[in-house]
Design a protein around this ligand. Structure first.
Ligand SMILES: Nc1ncnc2c1ncn2[C@@H]1O[C@H](COP(=O)(O)OP(=O)(O)OP(=O)(O)O)[C@@H](O)[C@H]1O
Length: 632
């Protein structure tokens, strides 16, 4: 039975209210202290979820950030006698700055190396605290830090702080959920799913990684600062490497990347060992077994439950009831015949629209938009491109053809900023784009699709397209989280344009679907939609028809014709000569990295040297010293 979003909100409200009860129903101080500790750790673990689960950077040093926040707050309160409400924000800001600096380093280190580097942070932190004992108290730690006393709540410190700590936790989690939905949240997830695709579609992965790292450290520092206010004593032992691993365990049990799951993970990792203490020496073994059972039975972690409950605040099909209703109209199991029929209908509609508008209304000019000048590219000993030059005129569709391994994809990669050229230059409308990072090339007006479909699988189709919209390109974390007027307007604009792009592709009904659940053909159309949502000046297509059949090929050809009529300049790599000839104004032919021919489509297709190269023939033997310029 489907439970409505409204009902889920009610269930969540009841659970949250139930969490507020323990101090008022005579729960003992020890149990309250354990729950307080779980709340604190859940905040630190949320930082790990942002960096590791959502952005894909394995961070194993969160305890060090927690410790940095705790020691800074503690020292400010004991050494300078600052009140907690000044010490805590200063500690959080200082730790955030350290996190951002380390984030800069993280952009240079990836994968396991980053994990090992962050693991080292724990040890560095421990050694500094132990050796600088004049400041930190060394192994004896910092004592007599004023705890936050709230007599109005009654009872001991655990009881006094329970409700404020729980409310703080709810606030921090609500903030994280908001960030998750913003453009910054989408960018973090796109980097995790496929960073190369993200970069070439306009996501500045460097700044997103730095900010994600900074956020991770900020959440760690908040947890550390609150730890000090709760316990009034800290020592290096509170922030050892073991704590970092415990935090990662919470994130894994909670289902990597699930915000709500992280909270449940923290409850299990902190609460379960305490509940098992009666088993004395065996309790850790039983705890370990419990964790293994959870991971085996629910590999996606406790996040399944949490995400179901938090669906009204999560993006995608579940969070968007209108979108979900539309998506349900279309059966999950679309047969190939149905997909074909749908594509043919879209193709027919586009054709009628185009004919009605009067085809070829855009005046093409010989003035080049893209200039490729003497570009060479080597990969070690392999020369993929040798001194290749050509222009693409404004509004022109230029076909780039050649046998396998002739350098076509390398050229597309060079034009989109994924590959740095070894020599030569590429300019768009006079602006040199070779050497720029891929996201700057995208911002200059170059979009692309890949030879193998590369959508961001875990994200909704609509999100896949919205990421590439220029209005939400800047990762404004705070503005997005607060929901300023400007941020909301930009978001609306991106959403409207993304829906229009999906409409053009005939797949608006899939907006709420998870991209990873689509068929190959549908994914290709999503890729196309996201590549035109920024209204690029130049569209690079690397074998757009690969893997598509009948109806979808017709639909693709109609879409490209429509884009051309709107004045878009297109550089397309395609194997099917017939398709290229029907679609392109001119063709450039590559073979083994050399340009061997250039000219109008029909003429090039008939050129014996081109035919020879395609048939795997004797081009080397026959090749004329100069490039063939075909006049007709
Ligand atoms: N990242 C890379 N590292 C090493 N060699 C590469 C790399 N990318 C391409 N190459 C080599 O460069 C040459 C040109 O490859 P490229 O993919 O550009 O050809 P292509 O014409 O697109 O081929 P296909 O039609 O098979 O996709 C090939 O020999 C290929 O092995």
């Amino acid at each position: 039975m489907a439970v409505s979003m409204r009902m889920r909100k009610i269930i969540l409200a009841v659970i949250l209210l139930a969490f507020l009860l323990p101090p008022f129903v005579g729960t003992n101080g020890y149990a309250l202290q354990v729950l307080n500790l779980a709340f604190i750790y859940s905040i630190a673990a949320l930082g790990v979820t942002i960096a590791t689960g959502i952005t894909g950077m394995v961070v194993l040093g969160q305890a060090a950030f927690m410790g940095l926040g705790a020691y800074t707050a503690g020292l400010l309160m004991t050494g300078l006698a600052l009140p907690w409400w000044i010490a805590l924000p200063v500690a959080v800001a200082a730790t955030g700055a350290v996190g951002a600096a380390l984030g800069l380093v993280s952009t240079r280190i990836k994968g396991h190396y980053l994990a090992i580097t962050t693991l080292g942070l724990n040890e560095i932190f421990r050694l500094v605290v132990l050796n600088e004992s004049w400041l930190t108290g060394g192994p004896f730690g910092l004592r007599d830090i004023p705890t936050l006393s709230l007599p109005v709540m009654g009872g001991g410190i655990a009881q006094q702080l329970y409700v404020p700590l729980f409310l703080l936790t709810v606030l921090v989690y609500a903030l994280a959920l908001r960030i998750y939905r913003t453009s910054f949240g989408r960018q973090m997830r796109s980097i995790r799913d496929d960073d190369l695709a993200a970069e070439s579609m306009g996501v500045n992965s460097r700044s997103v990684r730095v900010m994600s790292f900074a956020l991770c450290s900020v959440f760690g520092a908040i947890a550390g600062g609150v730890f000090v206010l709760t316990f009034g004593f800290i020592s290096p032992n509170n922030f050892l490497v073991f704590e970092s691993i415990k935090l990662l365990l919470m994130v894994v049990i909670g289902g990597l990347g699930s915000i709500g799951g992280t909270f449940l993970g923290a409850l299990v990792v902190i609460g379960l060992p305490e509940a098992l203490r009666d088993f004395q020496t065996y309790y850790l073994a039983i705890f370990g077994l419990g964790v293994v059972v959870i991971l085996l039975t629910v590999p996606k972690g406790l996040g399944i439950v949490a995400d179901w409950l938090l669906a009204p605040w999560l993006p995608g099909e579940e969070g968007d009831e209108a979108g979900a209703a539309k998506a349900r109209d279309v059966s999950d199991e679309v047969t190939l015949e149905e997909e074909d029929r749908r594509a043919m209908a879209v193709a027919a509609r586009l054709k009628t629209e185009r004919e009605r508008a009067g085809s070829g209304t855009f005046a093409r000019t010989a003035e080049p938009l893209l200039k490729v000048e003497n570009v060479s590219k080597s990969f070690g000993g392999i020369v993929a491109l040798k001194d290749v030059s050509f222009d693409v005129g404004r509004g022109e569709i230029l076909g780039l053809i050649g046998p396998n391994g002739s350098g076509k994809s390398t050229m597309i990669n060079a034009c989109s900023g994924i590959v740095n050229v070894s020599s030569g230059r590429i300019a768009l409308d006079g602006q040199v784009i070779s050497g720029l990072p891929a996201w700057d090339v995208h911002a200059a007006g170059v979009s692309r699709i890949f030879q193998n479909v590369r959508v961001w699988n875990s994200m909704a189709v609509l999100e896949n397209v919205m990421i590439c919209h220029p209005a939400t390109r800047q990762a404004r974390v705070l503005a997005g989280a607060i929901g300023t007027g400007r941020a909301r307007a930009d978001e609306e604009l991106a959403r409207d344009d993304a829906l229009k792009a999906l409409d053009l592709m005939g797949i608006r009904h899939l907006a709420g679907r998870r991209a990873g659940d689509l068929s190959f053909g549908q994914s290709r159309l999503v890729e196309l939609a996201r590549s035109i949502v920024n209204k690029p000046r130049l569209l690079l297509l690397d074998e757009p028809g690969a893997g598509l059949r009948g109806g979808l090929i017709m639909e693709l050809a109609e879409i490209l014709k429509q884009l051309r009529d709107q004045g878009m300049t297109i550089l397309v790599v395609e194997h099917r000569v017939k398709l290229v000839v029907s679609m392109c104004d001119r063709i450039v032919v590559l073979n083994l990295g050399d340009k061997i021919a250039e000219g109008p489509a029909q003429g090039v297709a008939r050129d014996p040297i081109v035919i020879d190269a395609y048939l795997g023939g004797k081009v080397e033997r026959k090749r004329r010293p100069e490039v063939v310029e075909i006049a007709t």
